[in-house]
Write a protein that binds this ligand. Structure first.
Ligand code: GAL
Length: 847
């Protein structure tokens, strides 16, 4: 991880120590800047791809629950035999159907996060949400939207494209059945041109059935990613078919540019392809053309060309330089379709002796595995939250994300491309059946141009395929690997394997992933010196933020780095192993963030996991600073616990420091308890008899104090503090501000043990979309405008409307209990920006 200057940290709001670190801003201004430049680019590029319209289809939907077993409660769907008998007959997807009582909402939407918790141990992995065949009333949702198709769309191809929905989806347009999708993570699209009424009102209805899951963790429910309407000429580029591959040459890079042209028109077309390669400043740095080719009606052609770039700006973790290739297909002297493909130039090599290298430079993978849900919003994250989360990880020194155990949303990949975060990109179903291969193929085509992705993963912990069905496992994996290589010859393929690496699936992989089992890699490396190895999943260390003694009666775990389940390792255990072997490429800790479900080692009332290095909101737990100390280069020092142990006077409290400095001295109320040398990749600790006041750590290098940190016993809570990650956001109906809520004592110090109930009022040009506090046992609503603090912190997420102005957020004491608190107010400005092109919402429509 590169050193990031203090100035940069200050800009990002990260140079502030203690619990307010992320209160001020996670990557704040730095990310804001990056988001803006991405947007400015979009406007510029929109002109270049003018023949195509790619419209956001998120706004203005209606939603209602259906029913998983009673057709009468499911819009009559499946009541008799004949639903699919005649085309055009689904009344709910036609004019005259009354959806006025359905709830109005914008996508993305996850209805699971809105449901109450149920005490049903079968639902434990899903975070105790009532989803599944035993919960038919809350497992099926219907979405409906009316939209106009202008007369100018006559003759165009129109597709509806979903970035992902959970899970079994059936789509109807104007009464016609259009298609299905049966997995929760891969994007899918349908050409609906033939079903559209041109120059008229159209109706789309999507039935989403979350009765079946794909995994063993919280997966959400509904259309939880973006939807798009794409309009092209009948001569057009194939979806996710355009690619750019780069190869290093003496002078720079040779680009192979490829695409698929499809002719869905009625006559042959003479298609000429051209590419413009543009650098991040918008300058055209290379062009390429392919000779014109005749394409018959209903025909298609794969077309490639090449271009040279001299001294390209490489993509790296430190400098995520991106290029774009604009590919245009022309016929009859007219641009008919065009597309922009972002890519980066870099080499990513896994070596059996030297580990991983990016652009020829050794880079230990300091990775985290992550699920996709966040506090308040479940699986339906606004794009900005992806950047927020990548920022939290990056500030810890994490340089790689494993998208366990499913393909990610495009915005996460884009955030990684733009922020300099590498990625192990994983598909959900490890199978060479048509569904498994289709998911894999979609993932690779969709993301193969992203420089952040250094490694494809075809699955996780398929125990049967590793052992009992080892032979089948090897065949299945080999088919998947071959498909990956065919679609993307530039990247290696692997999977996360728990034990059993010497037979079954592992035999088929380019590089070998080890989940846990620190006893295995040394012997494996000795016996297989030519196989590159990395830790596909490690740690599973468990802790509760701000808790300093494990209490099974309260379902909490101490935040010292001492807890792990039988199969897991502490942070220090796994990193002293992976961090000290040159041939180990590095590894991915389970997990960067807590997630809903899997509340190991507890059950009800715990509703989320405790594996996170940060909690559900992204508030760092103490172990975050272990990684920060050893994953980043600049001096780092973190002292814990807090010093509020009223009633424990005279009892011994373990005091730890995570630091990469040479020596740390500890003072209690000004008295030195002596210095300790910090072991490489370790930590230092003292046992301190508690007395109110303060503890202070002084970290030194070469005999000079470099960093100090203090924890003070605070007084009672008297006031609330609200801080925002950004004070200005975009008035685009999508952007969010992430607010941190704290309670202060009379001296303005944040009280680390505060548990006050706080209520929120949001007025002006924005709305509250979710709240959280990182407490794995908190069953308060994610959606109501109130939340209790958990060990001093809560989070509120507010989303801007499309009208520039101000969002006023007020936090005050909620309910009658507890001490009086002075309320806090904060104003977020929402600024005018060019809106992404979207499908117009029909206002005041007649049903
Ligand atoms: C792993 C598994 C993860 C998660 C983790 C919890 O074995 O791959 O999905 O369940 O255990 O420790």
């Amino acid at each position: 991880m590169p050193d990031i200057s203090r100035r940069e940290l200050l800009v990002a709001g990260l140079a502030i120590s203690g619990t307010t670190l992320f209160a001020r801003s996670a990557w704040g201004a730095a990310v804001a800047h990056m988001t803006e430049s991405a947007q400015a680019e979009s406007a510029e590029f929109a002109a270049a791809i003018a023949p195509r319209e790619h419209l956001l289809f998120d706004f203005g939907w209606r939603f209602t629950f259906g029913h998983g077993s009673d057709p009468a409660e499911d819009l009559g769907f499946g009541y008799g035999q004949g639903d699919f008998a005649k085309t055009g007959d689904f009344k709910f997807a036609k004019a005259g159907f009354d959806d006025s009582k359905w709830r109005a909402l914008d996508l993305p939407h996850d209805w699971a996060v809105e449901l109450p918790f149920v005490h049903d141990d079968e639902q434990k992995s899903h975070g105790y949400k009532p989803l599944g065949r035993r919960y038919p009333e809350t497992s099926v949702g219907w979405y409906r939207r009316e939209f106009e198709v202008p007369a100018s769309d006559a003759g165009r191809r129109v597709s509806v494209e979903f970035d992902g929905a959970f899970r079994d989806v059936i789509i109807f347009v104007n009464g016609c059945f259009v298609g299905r999708n049966n997995n929760g993570y891969a994007p899918f699209r349908f050409d609906i041109s033939d079903f559209l009424a041109i120059g008229a009102r159209n109706y789309i209805v999507v039935r989403v059935d979350a009765s079946f899951g794909d995994g063993w963790f919280y997966e959400g429910a509904g259309i939880y990613r973006h939807v798009w309407l794409t309009k092209t000429d009948s001569l057009h580029l194939g979806s996710w078919e355009s690619f750019v591959r780069s190869e290093q040459t003496e002078k720079g890079a040779r680009l192979t540019l490829g695409t698929l042209v499809m002719n869905e028109g009625r006559r042959a077309e003479n298609a000429k392809l051209s590419w413009k390669v543009v650098d991040s400043a918008g300058k055209v740095v290379a062009t390429a053309e392919a000779p014109a080719q005749s394409i018959a009606p209903d025909g298609s052609a794969s077309i490639t060309a090449s271009a040279e770039l001299s001294s390209p700006a490489m993509w790296s973790v430190e400098e995520p330089n991106l290029y774009s290739a604009i590919v245009t297909v022309e016929s009859d002297g007219k641009a008919r379709d065009a597309e922009r493909v972002n890519f980066g130039i870099r080499t990513a090599v896994f070596d059996a002796e030297k580990g991983f290298a990016l652009n020829g430079k050794a880079m230990k993978i300091q990775g985290t595995c992550n699920h996709q849900d966040h506090a308040g919003v479940g699986a339906a994250l606004p794009d900005r939250l992806q950047w927020y989360r990548v920022g939290v990880l990056r500030a810890m020194g994490c340089n790689s994300i494993r998208t366990s155990h499913n393909m990610p949303t495009p915005e996460l990949v884009e955030a990684c491309d733009r922020m300099g975060m590498t990625m192990m990109c994983e598909t959900r179903q490890m199978s060479s059946n048509p569904e498994g291969l289709a998911q894999l193929e979609t993932m690779i085509k969709r993301y193969r141009n992203s420089p952040s992705i250094i490694l494809w993963s075809v699955g996780n912990e398929e125990f049967l395929l590793q052992d009992e069905m080892a032979e089948e496992g090897e065949k299945i994996a080999a088919t998947m690997v071959a498909r990956c290589h065919e679609l993307d010859p530039t990247r290696v393929v692997s999977a996360a394997v728990n034990g059993g690496n010497r037979k079954g699936v592992s035999l088929a992989f380019d590089i070998v992933g080890f989940n846990y089992n620190l006893k295995l890699p040394d012997a494996y490396h000795k016996d297989n010196p030519k196989r590159a190895i990395y830790g596909s999943e490690t740690a599973s260390a468990i802790s509760t933020r701000g808790v300093y003694s494990t209490d099974p009666l309260r379902n909490v775990l101490s935040a010292y780095d001492t807890n792990q389940p039988g199969w897991g390792e502490t942070a220090e255990d796994w990193w002293t192993f992976y961090g000290t072997r040159e041939w180990e490429a590095g590894g991915y800790a389970w997990t960067g963030f807590d997630y809903r479900g899997e509340p190991t080692p507890y059950g009800w009332p715990s509703i989320n996991s405790q594996f996170g290095i940060s909690d559900m909101c992204g508030f760092p737990k103490d172990t975050y600073y272990y990684y920060k100390a050893w994953w980043r280069n600049e001096p780092s020092l973190h002292l814990f616990p807090h010093w509020n142990f009223e009633g424990k006077e005279g009892e011994e409290i373990p005091v730890w420091v995570h630091s990469n400095l040479e020596e740390v001295e500890l003072l209690v109320n000004g008295r030195s308890l002596g210095s300790q040398k910090v072991p490489h990749l370790g930590h230092v600790e003292w046992k301190v008899k508690y007395e109110a006041g303060s503890i202070e750590a002084r970290g030194s290098r070469g005999g000079k104090v470099v960093l100090t940190e203090k924890r003070e016993t605070t007084g009672a809570t008297v006031a609330i503090r609200l801080t925002a990650d950004r004070s200005e956001i975009n008035a685009d109906g999508e952007d969010v501000a992430v607010l941190t809520v704290e309670a202060l004592d009379k001296d303005g110090r944040a009280v680390p043990t505060a548990s006050n109930h706080i209520g929120f009022k949001v007025a002006g040009e924005g709305a509250l979309i979710g709240v959280g506090n990182g407490d794995p046992n908190c069953q308060e609503s994610d959606k109501e405008p109130k939340r209790s603090l958990f060990n001093g912190l809560a989070q509120v997420i507010v989303k801007a409307s499309k009208v520039p102005g101000e969002i006023h957020i007020e936090a005050s004491k909620e309910g009658w209990d507890g001490p009086e608190l002075t309320p806090a107010k904060i104003v977020i400005t929402t600024k005018k920006v060019e809106l992404r092109p979207s499908v117009p919402v029909i206002r005041n429509r007649q049903s």
